[in-house]
Design a protein around this ligand. Structure first.
Ligand code: AMP
Length: 271
């Protein structure tokens, strides 16, 4: 796609559109990484292959005109906004399955999701040939799996993780937030409060089970909320925390009505 730019940094920000300040922050970070001589590419593609739920795909917000304005305002040089038929041949038959990190957390709950993510991101890497790509830590597991993909397949792209961008009340920005009812929108910052309480408890020595129980109990009290999972795992392996001197990840997924929200926090024991 962008042949002829050897020696310059090409920084890619993959998104599914309905762009918000979280995406904008990634794009500004990409702009800084690319520098004045580099190129920032944003992709806006609602990737059908990564949806395990047809209803979620059908109701996913799409705002292409506004997305272009966000990209422009953030100094993006090229916006790649393909249709599904441009991205996928009808008889495509190659899959990209990560077999360890994707067996837990969201991967356990959303079969095929991360295979779809790996497929589209590897295609975007081939099409754009970036030197760098920026992903948000909101999708912590996604970033870990993509780091594994790049490592195991020797893909020459440097990945950068960006911190989670939040509303002033603590709710992590998400394209799906616009689908929350007013009641659920008002209750959704409870996720962040529960994670911060859990962080304080973990730092004071609470056990893994106690920390998870505390978050589940808090979310359980919100009417209409169904907890998908609350897990405290090793932040690197995403599996059981065997050594508490390692960084831990407390990750949550919960349905507010039919809107699935995720959030996470990194935890360390205080000496
Ligand atoms: P999506 O459009 O939801 O696939 O997200 C595209 C990229 O933006 C992914 O790397 C996400 O992790 C990142 N992202 C989405 N929401 C946020 C947020 N609130 N803070 C930081 N990054 C985010």
């Amino acid at each position: 796609m962008l042949a002829g730019h050897r020696g310059k940094r090409i920084v890619l920000v993959p998104t599914m559109g309905a762009l918000h300040e979280g995406h904008a922050t990634l794009m500004r970070q990409a702009r800084t990484l690319a520098g004045a001589g580099g190129i920032v590419v944003a992709s806006v593609f609602l990737n059908p292959v990564q949806f395990d739920n047809a209803g979620d795909l059908a109701t996913y917000p799409q705002t292409p005109e506004a997305d272009l304005a966000v990209c422009r305002a953030c100094g993006v040089d090229v916006v790649f906004m393909p249709t599904p038929s441009v991205m996928y041949c009808a008889d495509r038959s190659i899959t990209m399955e990560e077999t360890h990190l994707s067996t837990v957390l969201c991967g356990a709950k959303r079969p095929g999701h991360f295979a779809g993510v790996c497929l589209v991101v590897s295609k975007l890497f081939n099409l754009v040939q970036p030197t760098d790509a920026v992903f948000g830590k909101k999708d912590y597991q996604q970033l870990a799996i993509l780091r594994r993909m790049v490592r195991d397949l020797d893909i020459p792209v440097t990945l950068h993780g960006a911190e989670i961008v939040r509303e002033s009340d603590g709710l992590a920005l998400s394209s799906r937030n616009v689908r929350l009812t007013p009641e659920h929108r008002a209750a959704a910052p409870t996720i962040r409060r529960a994670l911060l309480e859990a962080q304080a408890a973990y730092e004071k020595g609470a056990s893994v089970a106690e920390v998870c129980r505390c978050v589940v109990d808090t979310l359980f009290r919100i009417p209409g909320v169904k907890v998908d999972y609350v897990e405290l795992v090793d932040a690197e392996t995403l599996h059981e925390l065997k050594d508490e001197s390692h960084m831990a990840l407390l990750a949550v997924a919960a349905y507010f009505g039919d809107v699935r929200l995720i959030d996470n926090i990194e935890l360390t024991r205080k000496a």
